[in-house]
Ligand binder design. Structure first.
Ligand code: GLU
Length: 495
């Protein structure tokens, strides 16, 4: 069988957004599934809008997601000679012609056609019928020319078989002669994209449905260039709850891949979510490992209807799609601890909380601590915010438990240091002994153990809730526990 070769060809005119990332992901999955190749091609022909920052952002984003490519990045502008050569071949073979109509003339014709309510408002074909002599004469006068593709005047429809949508047809008569090279000699995207796909021996073009109007015209280009058509698979668009296409302009950062990295999402969680946004596994399954997804993926299960990215601006719970948050939580709780350890390490390093011993002598402690605290967390950021007390003596105290569990019980300023003293004296500092001692003291003081436990939780972790108190105590270790319990008076002083 022919080698599967797919491509991800972003135009570097902005950040990598989740729609683009999904396109890259589907191509990557398809390549991996068929032992094929993924080619990264930067379509930078629009020189005014392409930026280096965007190229860097796209590459960083793909790398962060774990979407690796086999060839490239190629840059479309490096192949300008190929594009020009193809245009010249089309001219020579009679599939294209020079058009000398000026912008103003075309605009005028359009207006007249619109005013006369003509069915066809596209190019009227004025230059299609120029003789070779007329062309030479115009060239001699120095009139600039674009190159237009000569759409065959055939009856019936042009068609291709889309892997997702089935047969797509369009009447030849509806397709106007389109420009493939500007009057400044630069080839247009429509042509460059096809020439590059032919050169890169692309077998499958998997891209958004927003490209379908291009596809029909590109089918004509393939035919005229004598090249075999790739298989086309058009993916549904991603819309918001109001059914608007998602874009940074209307939706802001939340549609940028970078946002999820900054918010502490797990890259694979985003991939898993993106895949379900437009691909249907055929059952209720929601979580797929990388290998499982590669195995399960198929173009035929790409959905035909648009997918909805469910987020509500201004609603904290819906700061992004809740399904994405749930998937992230799932991976946070279940992923391999060593892998989680690597991800949390980056967060700790960024906050200057990383201790090199966590990679050596304290690795067991480090991983056990992550395992203890990960259950309630939503993102990787929580390890350095809500979980800060495990890695630093400087951690914020949530005002809610501070008011409820500490300030309302001023006697704790005496009781907790008293407990600290008993903890210091314990022969064995473990969960069982620390709990026993705590309950004994509560009994002596005639208070509910919860009063001491809640106060302790607030003082030791700054949090209202968390893992079992005595697991926290043993994780933090005697020294920190004793010191923090003795420091409780600072909380009253600061209040
Ligand atoms: N450069 C185009 C884009 O970013 C690529 C379209 C295609 O996949 O052919 O939309």
């Amino acid at each position: 069988m022919e080698e599967v070769r797919v491509r991800f060809p972003p135009s570097p005119t902005g950040y990598l957004h989740i729609g683009g990332a999904r396109t890259a992901l589907f191509n990557w999955l398809f390549a991996k599934k068929h032992n094929g190749k993924l080619i990264l091609r930067i379509e930078d022909t629009d020189e005014e809008r392409s930026t280096q920052a965007s190229i860097d952002g796209i590459i960083d984003g793909l790398q962060w997601l774990g979407i690796d490519w086999d060839e490239g990045p190629y840059f479309q502008t490096d192949f300008a000679a190929d594009h020009t050569a193809a245009a010249n071949r089309l001219l020579a073979s009679g599939h294209a012609y020079k058009c000398f109509c000026t912008k103003e003339e075309l605009e005028k014709k359009r207006e007249t056609a619109l005013a006369e309510k003509k069915a066809e408002v596209g190019y009227d074909g004025t230059c299609r019928h120029l003789t070779a002599e007329q062309v030479r004469a115009k060239e001699a006068q120095g009139i600039p020319a674009t190159i237009r593709f000569k759409v065959p005047k055939r009856p019936g429809t042009l068609f291709y078989d889309d892997e997702v949508l089935g047969r797509i047809e369009r009447a030849y008569s509806e397709i106007e002669d389109f420009v493939i090279v500007r009057s400044n000699g630069k080839a247009l995207y429509l042509l460059c994209n096809v020439v590059d796909d032919i050169r890169d021996r692309i077998t499958h073009v998997i891209r958004g449905q927003d490209h379908m109007t291009n596809t029909t015209r590109q089918v004509l280009l393939y035919e005229a260039l004598g090249a075999k058509l790739p298989v086309f698979a058009h993916m549904p668009l991603t819309l918001d709850l109001q059914k608007r296409k998602i874009s940074k302009r209307s939706h802001g950062e939340v549609v940028a891949v970078q946002f999820y990295r900054d918010m502490g999402f797990i890259p694979w969680a985003l991939c898993n979510f993106l895949c379900l946004l437009g691909w249907n596994p055929g059952n209720d399954r929601e979580f797929f490992s990388r290998e499982e997804l590669i195995e399960a993926f198929s173009l035929s299960r790409i959905s035909r209807v648009n997918s909805v990215f469910n987020f509500k601006p201004g609603d904290a719970k819906f700061f992004t799609d809740p399904k994405l948050i749930a998937i992230n939580e799932h991976y946070l709780r279940t992923m391999d601890l060593a892998e989680l350890g690597d991800l949390v390490r980056k967060e700790l390093e960024a906050e200057h909380l990383w201790d090199p011993a966590y990679a050596t002598s304290r690795r067991d402690w480090y991983l056990a601590t992550l395992n203890l605290i990960r259950d309630r967390f939503h993102t990787l950021k929580d390890f350095v915010t809500a979980g800060r007390a495990y890695f630093s003596d400087q951690y914020p105290i949530d005002p809610k438990p501070l008011a409820k569990n500490v300030l309302k019980q001023p006697e704790l300023a005496v009781w907790l240091p008293q407990l600290a003293g008993r903890y210091e004296a314990l022969a064995e500092f473990d969960a069982e002994a620390t709990e026993r001692v705590c309950r004994e003291l509560a009994e002596e003081l005639a208070v509910k153990p919860g009063v001491l436990i809640n106060g302790m939780r607030t003082v030791l972790t700054g949090q209202l809730a968390g893992p079992s108190m005595f697991d926290i105590i043993t994780t933090l270790g005697r020294e920190k526990v004793v010191a923090r319990l003795r420091r409780i008076d600072h909380l009253y002083a600061a209040a």
